[in-house]
Structure formats: C-alpha cells, structure tokens
Design a protein around this ligand. Sequence first.
Ligand SMILES: [Zn+2]
Length: 200
Amino acid sequence: MRSGSKFVFGRIVTSIPLTRTGVEMKRNVLLLNADWTPLNFVSSIRALNLLFKGRAEVITVGEHPSAWDEVYSSPSRAYRIPATVRLLDRVTRMYSTPRFRKRVLFNRDNWQCQYCGINLDYKTITIDHVHPRSKGGGTDWKNCVSACKRCNLKKGSRLLSESGMHLKKAPSIPLMNHFWDVSPAGIWHPDWSSFFTIDS
Ligand SMILES: [Zn+2]
C-alpha cells in the first residue's frame, strides 16, 4: 500500500490508518476511473492489489478515507479494507450489456413487484416474463421484471395486453449501482451514494 500523503479532493490526506486486525470480510469496493466516474465493484483483494501496485488510491469523503471497518490481514501486516478507490490512470470503458442476473434484476426493480408495487424479499419475489416464455419471450433485462407470486400467477402466460395489468415502469438495462450487493456481504457503503443517482 502506498504510504505518505496524497492530494485528493483538493486536500492533503494521509494513507488509511490500520486500526485493528481480523479476518477479511468479503466487502465490495467501488472502483472509480481516474475521472471519478464509477467503473465497477471489485473484491477487496482486487482493490488492495491495485493499491499495492500503485495503480489506485483510496479517496477521502469528507475528512476520512473511504474505508470499511474491517481489515485484511496478511502474515506480516493488516490493511483496512477500502470502500472506494480511484484509478490513477484513466481507462476506457468498453460498453457491453451486462449478463442477466436475478439479484441485479431485483435491485433494479427495488425489490418491489412491478405490477402492484408491494415490497418483496427472497422468499416472496419471483421473475415474470413480460412477453411469456411460452410465446417466445426471452430471459433478459428488457423482458423480465420482479413480481410478487400473486401478480405472477394472475398474469400467467398471457401478454400484458391480454392480462389488463400494467407495469410500474418499463424494464431497462440495469445501472451500475444495481450490481452492488451481488456478493454475500452486500452492504452499501454510504460513501458510494455521492457517485450515483439512486432511483426510487
Ligand atoms: Zn404484485
């Protein structure tokens, strides 16, 4: 990890303090491009590697380094796990449609039934194919929505027009912030909010 002072957000900050040792937690780290735009969520190991190689820096938010409370312990040292790191050299992002993933779909839909708006959890959420699979509809971002079991059953294998049901919003390609809690320990770090426009 780089030590000493860094010039971030117009002020000098020191490198992140190492406060305690412990088992590494599987925290996500927000990776920013050199121009401060979000690039990806990466594992804490990947983020630490970028720091070790001098390719990234831990940013500060307010007065503090953007970091989790947890530490990563190597045989010789312990490092506080960063929450937000920024690449020092800008990379060009190649745009491609992200692979379909259930949990990301649920995040995109804010864990709400897209028909009746009820709040859902893992036990109650289902995926509805807007254009039914039996009629050739695909499993993709534009054709799948989160639905409660009741609405899913009610719609059945009918087209939207046949069912008389209405979507709360048109299904869309997920944004980067919808990917944050793909990991088992998917906890949103408050420092990330300033880098995203969170939709409701
Ligand atoms: Zn519903």
